[in-house]
Write a protein that binds this ligand. Structure first.
Ligand code: FES
Length: 122
């Protein structure tokens, strides 16, 4: 198993309220964990336009808007909304005992890998 295959315990779920995101450095990668209306997602942490931390973005539903020049991304897929040709890297995320774990370093292009949050009381 390489370091990229390792799962990292990032933080308790309560540290990222719905409608917010937090940037973290994991395995040398800058990632952001979003808590959107579709659940928790781990995406590449910097805006593809000019490397602004996406935790600074404004989240509305399942879309985050970068505060600098208003590029938008669909959180659940990582796909660009405006412009629509860009794509954030997507990393596996799991909830284990109320902690968020991610497997950073091994991006995949999830169409929708939302965590079922209905059984939690956040
Ligand atoms: S830096 Fe994000 S839109 Fe320009």
């Amino acid at each position: 198993m390489t370091n990229q295959d390792a799962w990292t315990n990032v933080c308790p779920v309560r540290d990222i309220p719905k409608g917010e995101g937090r940037n973290f450095m994991i395995n040398g990668l800058n990632v952001v964990i979003f808590h959107s209306n579709k659940g928790f997602f781990c995406r590449s942490g910097l805006c593809k336009h000019n490397n602004v931390k996406l935790e600074l973005g404004r989240i509305s539903g399942d879309v985050v808007t970068c505060p600098f020049h208003n590029w938008q991304y669909q959180i659940s897929t990582g796909k660009g909304v405006s412009p629509d040709w860009t794509q954030l890297d997507c990393y596996p995320l799991e909830i284990r005992s109320d902690d968020i774990w991610v497997q950073a370093g091994k991006p995949h292009n999830a169409m929708d890998d939302a965590i079922d949050t209905s059984r939690y009381n956040w």
